[in-house]
Design a protein around this ligand. Structure first.
Ligand code: ADP
Ligand code: MG
Length: 875
């Protein structure tokens, strides 16, 4: 055999990186061993060539004894990395290796030159293989599998490789798993779980990756557990071989180390730091899937390479022996084919070649150590081993980074990023929503402000219009008032002229009269017996008497007229109610003198009957019937008395006979409504007379009338009582007493009735009282404010000054004028709102005398004048 051209090797140099490390790009790489060899160039620069080291075992005890006289069959030239194989004493062949390890080479050095570059390569992501080939007993197991428990310096490649791997990886991101197998008689056995036999070898058709899914996979965390794992494996291997009746030298031990590392490129680290930052969301520009590197380290302790027949194997048939070495033979064939660049590589011929397909002619970085012994007795086997190594050195691999994208982790990372974005998006959407709501609220507030401003503006312009209108009205009023004043001035002038004329006329008449008297006296002195003058004088006296009588009659008629007015109102209503009501109304007619014509006959008939009764029975008797125990009798008696009292001629007689006292007693004591009503009517009639008024007062009549006024409900009773008190109100002398005994209070209390007849009587009483007060003030015997106002009459007066019913209105108008005439009342009237009523009366009252009285009163009062000026009401 022709030795190969020696070439220096660089096994100890750092592993060569492929030019392109990207996954899948290995296809473009070329195996160029053939061309480099053809050109005779140094192949140390070829990246993927299988590196081969040779190790010489020291002589063992047996060899030392048996071969003592013989020299070694090999001579090592380690500095030249050459080995000389002696053919005989004078001839030898020299072989070049990548490393030549002498019998003294330490385990550490062996590891460093043979295995360490491969281990480092595996840690960087390349597959790697360390394999020992050699005759049984040459130190394969010593080199690879020694645990070094007795002496740590003896630790073999397996232990040291795992030490380096475990030291380099990070358990946080990386993982190391180990399977330990034995291949014997073409059957893969699990050394960690011995019952698993005949484990299938699975090849990935795409990548060509070989895996053993059925094998136990142990994840390593520390060196100790690995040593234990190897021990277990060895123990199981020993047991299995015993059971199969074989030796360990007949089986191949395979340690499979899987290293899985996550790539640590800069971009990835940057991403990780952003992702871990909880604040804000980082959106990386273009997501590159993180890469993951899955490399495998195969450490293979092959069965002994010696021929079976020679090794003296016992108990096996030839076929079995063939089967035992089938894998090794197939490996040799494959390496030959690869070394010769043969188009066909019989990888599938054995399980070993299938398992090692990536180690020889594949993508792994492979380091082979061939072990040889020094004994010349085994020269043939040694030569065969050396040739195997030489051929293996010619095998080129395409080392390829076992890197792939870690799509799973990229997905996880993108999902996390997406979740953060979704959350942030939700927060931003909420913020926008909140902003919109805030804006809407402000908009609403602004529109409310605008609406308020508009309404204020509208109110302001309305006020302006009102002011304009008021000024216009004021001007109109001022014009009217000045016209009225002019008119009154004119009238006053006219009146003064008339007055002066009349005064002159009167003076003239008085003069004529005194002249006539003087003449008369003279004449009577001179001719008092003159019959003509005496006759004239007599006639004059008679005429004067007649006139007095007529005056009396007129007075009486006037009173009757007032009464008739009240009666007429009532009669009108009674007639309206129907005939039955009319007949009962007849019994109330005691104070009535004038009735409608259709009733007058009946009343006159009654009067005639009563007059007859009066004449025949006598007043005394009638009055005594007032005290009868029979109610009916009392009722009839009081009606008779009331009818009599309606005639002024009878009044004095009735009073003289004690009729007034009897009537007052009835008013006080009777529980019969009719009796009380009729008695009150009779008293009212009697109260028309001034003397009777004093008598009524003296006999406590006011108190009785006041109590009746408080108790009674019937409007007619109230009308009679109010009429009686109203009559009393017209008496100047009785004012104080009347008020002290509750007359005014009772009068005002009766307004609760609301019946217009009652109200008319109340108004008449108030007018009478006010008239007396103003008269007293004018004559100077009365000072201070009105007793009516003191008793709280003013609000009712003001409220009814313009009452629809004319009798009420007239009396109140008069009362107001009388009250206003006394300046002491002016302030109260102002406060009570009477000024406006007085102005109204002075302008609108249909009765000329009341209208002018109101005008005079307003003009005469300094307080009213001041107020009118203050209110800019020119008057
Ligand atoms: P193999 O596995 O190739 O059959 P072993 O590793 O079992 O060989 O070695 C056979 C014997 O030789 C063992 O006793 C071993 O201790 C010893 N031996 C092998 N190589 C060396 C060495 N380099 N130095 C010292 N002893 C060795
Ligand atoms: Mg061994």
């Amino acid at each position: 055999m022709k030795p190969l051209a020696p070439s220096p090797t660089g096994l100890t140099s750092a592993p060569t990186r492929p030019k392109s490390a990207s996954p899948g790009s290995s296809a473009v790489q070329r195996r160029n061993s053939t061309s480099s060899q053809k050109n005779g160039k140094d192949d140390s620069g070829v990246p993927g060539r299988v590196r081969v080291a040779v190790r010489l075992r020291p002589r063992n005890t047996e060899e030392l004894a048996a071969d003592a006289d013989f020299g070694d069959c090999v001579e090592l030239l380690p500095e030249l990395k050459r080995l000389k194989l002696r053919k005989n004493n004078w001839d030898c062949e020299t072989y070049q290796f990548d490393e030549v390890l002498t019998e003294t080479a330490s385990q550490k050095r062996v590891y460093e030159v043979v295995a360490k570059p491969v281990v480092e390569s595996v840690l960087e992501g390349y597959n790697g293989t360390v394999m020992a080939y050699g005759q049984t007993g040459t130190g394969k197991t010593f080199t690879l599998g020694r645990l070094g428990e007795e002496d740590c310096a003896n630790r073999g490649i397996m232990v040291r490789a795992l030490e380096d791997i475990l030291a380099d990886i990070s358990f946080e991101h990386d993982a190391v798993t180990v399977s330990y197998l034995q291949l014997y008689m073409e059957s893969v056995q699990d050394l960690l779980t011995p019952e698993r036999d005949n484990i299938a070898i699975v090849e990935d058709p795409k990548t060509g990756d070989v895996s053993l899914p059925g094998a136990t996979l142990v994840e390593l965390r520390d060196q100790k557990s690995f040593v234990e794992l190897l021990q277990t494996g060895e123990a199981n291997r020993f047991a299995a071989n015993t059971k199969l009746n074989t030796e360990s030298s007949r089986s191949h031990a395979i340690l499979l180390v899987n290293v899985k590392r996550s790539a640590k490129n800069k971009q990835e680290r940057d991403f990780a730091s952003h992702s871990e930052n909880g604040n804000g969301v980082h959106v990386s520009k273009g997501h590159r899937a993180p890469t993951i590197r899955k490399s495998k380290l195969l450490i293979v302790d092959l069965a002994g390479s010696e021929r079976v027949d020679k090794s003296g194997s016992e108990g096996h048939q030839l076929e079995e022996a063939k089967a035992i070495n089938l894998s090794l033979t197939a490996l040799g064939k494959c390496i030959n084919a690869l070394a010769e660049n043969s188009p066909h590589i019989p990888i599938r011929d054995s399980k070993l070649t299938r398992l090692l397909r990536d180690s020889f002619g594949g993508t792994a970085r492979t380091s082979l150590i061939i072990t040889i012994g020094p004994s010349p007795r085994h020269r043939g086997e040694t030569a065969s081993t050396i040739l195997f190594g030489q051929r293996a050195m010619r095998v080129e691999n395409m080392v390829k980074l076992k890197e792939e994208f870690d799509y799973k982790s990229l997905c996880r990372r993108l999902e996390a990023e997406l979740d953060k974005l979704i959350a942030e998006n939700e927060r931003q959407a909420q913020a926008i929503l909140d902003g919109e709501e805030d804006m809407q609220r402000k908009l609403e507030e602004a529109s409310i402000c605008v609406a308020e401003a508009e309404s204020k503006f509208a109110a302001a312009s309305e006020n302006q219009n009102w002011l304009k209108q008021t000024f216009a009205e004021k001007e109109t009023y001022q014009k009217k008032i000045s016209a009225i004043l002019q008119h009154h001035e004119q009238e006053l002038n006219d009146s003064q002229t008339r007055l002066e004329n009349e005064r002159a006329q009167r003076e003239k008449l008085e003069k004529e009269l005194s002249e006539a008297n003087r003449c008369l006296q003279e004449q009577s002195k001179e001719k008092h017996d003159t019959g003509e003058i005496w006759t004239l004088h007599k006639r004059l006296e008679e005429e004067l008497l007649e006139r007095e009588k007529l005056d009396e009659e007129i007075k009486s008629l006037k009173q009757q007229l007032l009464q008739a007015h009240i009666e007429a109102e009532e009669t009108r209503r009674t007639v309206g109610k129907g005939s039955s009501a009319r007949s009962s109304a007849g019994s109330d007619s005691t104070i009535s003198l004038h009735r409608p014509s259709n009733m007058r006959d009946t009343i006159n008939g009654q009067r005639a009957t009563i007059a007859k009764l009066f004449e025949q029975v006598g007043l005394q008797k009638i009055l005594s019937l007032l005290e009868s125990e029979d109610v009916d009798v009392r009722v009839h008696a009081v009606k008779v008395v009331a009818n009599l009292a309606a005639e002024e001629a009878n009044q004095e007689k009735i009073v003289e006979a004690g009729g007034l006292a009897s009537l007052l007693t009835l008013l006080q004591s009777s529980e019969d409504e009719t009796i009380r009503r009729v008695a009150a009517g009779a008293i009212a009639n009697l109260a028309m007379n001034e003397t009777n008024q004093e008598l009524i007062m003296a006999q406590g009549g006011i108190g009785l009338l006041a109590r009746t006024a408080d108790d009674a409900e019937d409007p007619q009773t109230l009308r009679m009582v109010a009429g009686a008190i109203a009559n009393l109100c017209g008496n100047d002398k009785l004012q104080i007493k009347l008020r002290e005994e509750g007359g005014i209070r009772a009068l005002l209390g009766m307004v609760r009735s609301r019946h217009p007849d009652v109200l008319a009587q109340v108004a008449r009483g108030i007018a009478n009282f006010a008239k007396c007060e103003s008269r007293g003030a004018a004559q100077g015997y009365r000072t201070g404010g009105s007793l009516l106002i003191d008793d709280g009459a003013l609000p009712w007066i003001v409220a009814n000054a313009n009452n629809e019913a004319s009798p009420i209105r007239r009396h109140i108008e008069l009362a107001l004028c009388h009250l206003a005439q006394h300046e002491a009342n002016a302030k109260d009237l102002l406060v009570g709102g009477a000024l406006w009523e007085l102005i109204r009366i002075s302008r609108e009252c249909s009765r000329e005398d009341i209208r002018s009285l109101a005008q005079r009163t307003l003009n005469a009062s300094p307080i009213f004048q001041a107020e009118l000026r203050r209110l800019h009401v020119s008057y």
